[in-house]
Design a protein around this ligand. Structure first.
Ligand code: URA
Length: 205
């Protein structure tokens, strides 16, 4: 498994907006979407291209067509990353993975899963907060059950504990993130982190 932490100035700027406790939900959603553009650019670096020939206004030239891409949004915080993916890759097939954290054990409990056929697609899993790794590991397993072979996880903030778990459970996946933070606290929140991503996106405090 490979973790790539992007250090683009725009990504750092929008991550700062997300971390700031004064950021209200509308601005938070905008910053999450804008940050996700840079995650998608990095995560799709190795998506296969098919060569084509096209006619420019001046002459025939080489072109490239993007291979099949699918995204799986882990509910509900992953929804905050979906618009950027749909905007950059309008043909993307989208699945949803509903998982709830057991507040005592922090282990994932499935409540919804709807996957497209993922067999020949480059799969992007949208899970902004990689904390214990329970939800993301579960989501990767679900995508593999639907045929996924090429999986890249897009995270806003990761914690060492979650990264370690992903190394153990899914050594064949990639992670692209905007930050690797210090640790989890005793309530399994990432610190310094940005709080509860779902609550901050949707104003459910
Ligand atoms: N989920 C969140 O939304 N925030 C955290 O810090 C950890 C998990």
């Amino acid at each position: 498994m490979n973790l790539t932490v992007i250090d683009h100035p725009l990504a750092r700027h929008y991550l700062t907006v997300l971390r700031d406790q004064e950021t209200a939900p509308e601005e938070f959603r905008n910053a999450a979407r804008r940050l996700t553009y840079s995650l998608v650019m990095e995560a799709t670096r190795r998506v296969p291209l098919e060569k084509s020939r096209i006619q420019s206004p001046l002459e025939e030239t080489a072109g490239y067509e993007l291979g099949s891409v699918a995204a799986v949004a882990v509910l509900r915080a992953g929804l905050g990353m979906l618009d950027a993916v749909l905007d950059l890759i309008p043909e993307v097939k989208v699945g949803f993975a509903g998982v709830q954290r057991n507040e005592e054990t922090a282990e994932p409990m499935e409540y919804y899963a709807k996957m497209p056929n993922l067999e020949d697609a480059s799969v992007l899993i949208l899970e902004p907060m990689l904390a214990t790794g329970g939800s993301l590991s579960w989501a990767v397993t679900k995508t593999k059950e639907s045929g996924a072979r090429d999986v890249t996880c897009l995270c806003v903030v990761t914690a060492p504990e979650g990264v370690k778990r992903m190394y153990e459970d899914h050594p064949d996946t990639q992670i692209v993130a905007a930050a690797l933070d210090r640790e989890l606290n005793d309530q399994y929140y990432i610190v310094p982190g940005l709080g509860d991503m779902g609550d901050r996106l949707f104003g459910t405090f």
